[in-house]
Write a protein that binds this ligand. Structure first.
Ligand code: NAD
Length: 486
């Protein structure tokens, strides 16, 4: 834990709630943040309740008029300054992320770089808010369509990318002129604290960003969504909680973005480049210890290429070092907690009971929430694991014979977030890429997240998009002015 001990950052953080200013929650409770790698407590922060949520909404409502009236370029400058400041504290922030999530320090650094890009991208988009002018069909009227801020937003984020999932919401919300109440995961609140400190330090006005951490998320979200002044909820997390928030948001028709679970199929056709496919699988499966909504959940290999792909995969997986994220040479860190660890063991058992064979399994440290990187092959196409997010470093491989069969298997899920296709046949790439019912398709790549692209899903994977030019529209309302020509 040398990296952690060396971090200067945490000692300088306020750890209360932020509602126009830093203070303790109305009832002075705290929640403990622990390291998944060691089980040790690394910090305590505020544990907010309903009264704090109401205070945050009052604050966000009061700040809305002033913030939405700032010029787009002023908001852009603040986001760009935040981007620059995040890069200055990048090493310390990576240590915080590594400690609270258990991911490797290299992955934590990658997350800082990726998350920071949203600040920069939406600084750039803040001055391109869109709109159009048209002439009515009879020529008598100008139709002016403009995009304005939606109003106070509630932003709820998960633990797997505790910094990037926050910037992906906060940056477009602020760029569009909204005030926000941020509620990060109780398991990983620390990187959100760092971001709020950065935003305040660079001059984002008090009240524009509130921060609430809590062990009782429903006691924050329910009162906020039952208040008509809250105009938007953006949530990233599990499908069950997303469904609940969607229902609650309907009380006053708050605008809703839901980035939910995934069950990504990864298809390797017999004309694929073997090395590229193996590299893609390693990235799409083992990045972040497999705890990603876009992780390859079901890997389908065409029969004649399966042998060489499996051999190379087994070699790579056996060689993976699963270890404390701060350890030199760690490839795969801890999973988030013991519950996740137990669920992974159960997934391997289910895959084996269905006819699968464990072909590779890495070693793990004896203590901490670690899961061996595992390869299970020959799992039937119609797997009992269908619809189950693995969320761990376990690759489940099935064999297929033809295109129609694998497309049907790939689409046989209630989710529709990411998917991956490996082939060197451009016609097949185009055909299969469009036949898979998912919001995102990676062609010959295992890495699809990109700040400039619309990230999101269909079916039970949610509604709305984050990133790209589309991401800011989720935080805007349309206004149409009918201007009669004189
Ligand atoms: P989760 O749903 O348990 O928690 C997510 C957030 O919701 C946390 O902040 C939590 O405190 C809050 N929450 C929990 N219960 C709530 C309630 N009743 N009311 C209001 N808020 C509540 O999910 P998680 O375990 O933190 O994250 C993992 C899930 O997130 C996976 O399903 C993963 O696929 C999904 N995810 C999706 C994306 C995406 O972009 N689609 C990205 C990352 C993670």
């Amino acid at each position: 834990m040398t990296g952690w001990a060396g971090s200067e950052l945490l000692g300088h953080l306020e750890t209360g709630i932020h509602v126009g200013h830093w203070r303790s929650p109305a009832e002075p409770r705290t929640l403990a943040v622990t390291s998944p790698a060691t089980g040790a407590e690394i910090a305590t922060v505020a544990d907010a309740r309903e009264a704090d949520a109401r205070a945050a909404l009052d604050t966000a409502v009061a700040a809305m008029a002033g913030w939405s009236a700032t010029s787009p370029i002023a908001r852009a400058d603040l986001l760009m300054a935040a981007y620059a400041r995040v890069l200055e504290v990048a090493d310390d922030l990576a240590v915080v992320i590594c400690a609270e999530t258990g991911k490797t320090l290299a992955e934590a650094k990658g997350e800082v770089a990726y998350g920071a890009q949203y600040l920069r991208w939406y600084a750039e988009e803040a001055v391109r808010l869109g709109g159009r002018i048209a002439t009515s069909p009879d020529g008598s009227t100008d139709i002016v369509v403009e995009r304005g801020p939606v109003g106070p937003c509630l932003l709820i984020t998960p633990w797997n990318f505790p910094f990037a999932m926050v910037t992906r919401k906060v940056a477009p919300a602020l760029a569009a002129g909204n005030t926000v109440i941020l509620k990060p995961s109780e398991l990983t609140p620390l990187s959100a604290y760092v971001l709020v400190h950065v935003l305040l330090e660079v001059g984002v006005p008090a009240g524009v960003v509130s921060l609430l951490t809590t062990t009782r998320p429903a006691e924050i979200s329910e009162p906020l969504l039952s208040d008509a002044r809250l105009r938007k909820v953006s949530f990233t997390g599990s499908t069950g909680v997303g469904r609940l928030l969607h229902e609650q948001a309907s009380a006053h028709f708050a605008k809703t973005s839901l980035e939910l679970g995934g069950d990504a199929p990864l298809l390797v056709f017999d004309d694929a480049d073997v090395d590229r496919a193996v590299e893609g699988i390693m990235l799409a499966k083992f990045r972040n210890s497999g705890q990603s909504c876009v992780a390859a959940n079901r890997i389908y290999l065409q029969r004649s290429i399966a042998g060489p792909v499996v051999d190379k995969l087994a070699e790579r997986i056996d060689a993976l070092r699963v270890d404390d994220g701060f350890a030199d040479g760690a490839d795969v860190g801890a999973v988030i907690d013991e519950r996740a660890q137990a669920k992974c063991a159960q997934i391997v058992d289910t895959a084996v009971a269905a006819g699968g064979t464990v072909r590779a399994r890495s070693s793990v440290p004896s203590t901490g929430s670690f899961v061996p990187a595992t390869l299970v092959v020959d799992v039937p196409l119609e797997s009992p694991l269908r619809d189950q997010e693995i969320f761990g470093p376990i690759a489940i491989v099935s064999i297929f014979d033809d295109e129609d069969e694998v497309i049907s298997a790939a689409n046989n899920t209630s989710y529709g977030l990411a998917s991956y296709v490996f082939t060197q046949d451009i016609d097949r790439a185009s055909r299969v890429g469009r036949a898979i019912d998912a919001g995102m398709v990676g062609i010959n790549t295992g890495l699809i997240s990109n700040v400039a692209a619309p990230f999101g899903g269909v079916k039970d994977s949610g509604v709305g998009r984050e990133g790209g030019a589309e991401g800011i529209e989720e935080y805007q309302n349309l206004r149409y002015l009918s201007v009669v020509r004189g």
